[in-house]
Design a protein around this ligand. Structure first.
Ligand code: EPU
Length: 419
């Protein structure tokens, strides 16, 4: 267990460079196993989730070498192995190995993947898609056993619900078939980046609206290099930090992937300027917002807690509705603890900013975005704050502490035992 201590707020100033997107990096690394030839991935974030995934790949005899943000993957000697509890419990994204294994080895045995505590997170949409593609499965004591049952050539089906993960996993599992048409798919910018990579390594894939068509062609041996997109959630985290405290220039971003959150900020009167691949956020007090999380291009669920903290400092009330995950409201319990009036009704939060209480506070991160939101709260409150379980934040944010320190932030790692 690790924690951070955040001291009295500093006037943060400077530039922060955004890393590659976690939710693109995980499926891209899994997709690299499907290449015929060596792969060089660029702009790979140095985060715990990627470290864990690379450990799994090494055990499967896949050669991986990482130099800063460049990752070389050589899958020549990749071998089949069941994926164990220890390996997959730490990261939900390990479920992408199921689809990859089904194409490469026609089978997969995997402990049901873990991840953040943000809801039930079933994988029924993935499993339904695998069945449509000719695989059958059983689950025994939380371990999934799945293997090819029917040798299908052409398949056309509809994903039973919208899912980021299931859409990618289904295409990973479909690549040994001759022709597959999948309807009701969902590819957010990170998923689209993975489709671009699959096309680069030679898979013939067309996406039109939410319908994806794959046609098998012989794969040629190719050396592929691919630079992954920047992390839009990390980018917006630092924007919110700038709006709460100081003036932060956030660079290396795709502002076009963030249109809706940016529009919300502008409409609420926050001082945010975008230029080319930069966003400049200056401390300002806007009015409350009405936020409803939705699939892309709607408001991202991954930003909901982070914007929740901003809303706590706004001049008027906010209403926040979460429609994607059922358990993403932990931050509002913390805001309530520091004096904000929070009223929860089903999947809706009504937040009334009030005077903050001033005692030193110890918070506990319960998931990645909750942890980041708590750190932002800590940077904005006029008191010392401790955020425990900081390892959640390290799963998805590269050099979080160092980036905030470089802006002048009073944040340091503490050993929770010595606190
Ligand atoms: N769902 C099901 N059955 C399934 C799959 C999903 O009921 O088989 C439900 C989920 O429980 C959820 C909803 O459908 O309520 C949407 O889930 P989706 O499959 O779209 O999301 P995901 O693949 O589990 C990815 C990201 C999340 C991000 C969401 C939405 C990864 C590893 N995770 O999750 O990222 O919030 O898409 O953009 O890519 C994060 O980065 O903090 C994070 C949680």
């Amino acid at each position: 267990m690790s924690g951070v201590l955040i001291g009295k707020p500093a006037n943060l100033k400077g530039t922060v460079k955004i890393s590659g997107a976690k939710n693109a990096a995980i499926p891209l690394i899994c997709a690299a196993l499907l290449a015929k030839g060596k792969v060089l991935l660029k702009n790979v974030p140095q985060i715990k989730d990627i470290e864990n995934l690379l450990e799994i790949l090494r055990r499967l005899d896949c050669k991986v070498s990482q130099k800063r943000h460049r990752l070389r993957i050589d899958n020549t000697n990749l071998k089949y192995q069941p994926l164990t509890f220890e390996e997959v419990k730490k990261m939900r994204g390990s479920y992408y190995l199921i689809g990859v294994f089904l194409t490469l080895f026609s089978k997969c045995e995997i402990y049901l993947p873990g991840g953040c505590n943000i809801g039930k997170r079933p994988i029924d949409i993935h499993l339904d898609a695998f069945e449509q593609l000719g695989f059958s499965y059983k689950i025994i004591q939380d371990t999934l056993f799945i293997a090819k049952e029917k040798e299908l050539k052409e398949v056309s089906f509809r994903l039973k619900n919208k899912s980021v993960g299931a859409s990618l996993n289904a295409i990973f599992a479909a690549l040994s078939l001759s022709k597959v048409t999948m309807m009701n798919t969902l590819f957010e910018p990170e998923g689209k980046d993975v489709l671009t990579f699959l096309q680069k390594i030679g898979y013939s894939i067309r996406l039109c609206s939410d319908e994806l068509v794959y046609e098998k062609k012989p794969l040629e041996f190719r050396m592929i290099s691919h630079k992954m997109i920047p992390d839009r959630i990390e980018a917006m985290t630092y924007v919110v930090l700038g709006l709460l405290s100081g003036k932060i220039t956030v660079c290396n971003v795709c502002t076009e992937d963030l249109e809706l959150p940016l529009e919300l900020l502008r409409k609420s009167g926050y001082d945010i300027v975008t230029e080319n691949k930069k966003m400049i956020a200056t401390c300002s007090r806007g009015s409350g917002m009405n936020i409803i999380t939705e699939v892309y291009p709607g408001f991202p669920t991954d930003l909901q807690a982070i914007f929740g903290v901003l809303c706590a400092f706004a001049s008027t009330e906010s209403e926040i509705t979460e429609t994607i995950f059922e358990n993403r409201f932990q931050i509002y319990e913390d805001l309530h603890r520091v004096g904000i009036s929070v009223c929860k009704e089903n999947n809706k939060i009504l937040l009334k900013p009030q005077k903050f209480s001033s005692d030193a506070v110890v918070f506990q991160a319960k998931d990645l975005r909750h942890g980041a939101a708590l750190c932002l709260l800590g940077c904005a409150l006029f008191q010392d704050v401790v955020v425990e379980n900081f390892e959640y934040v390290e799963r998805g944010y590269e050099n979080f502490i160092a980036k905030i320190q470089s802006l002048g932030g009073n944040i340091e790692r503490i050993n929770e035992k010595n606190k």
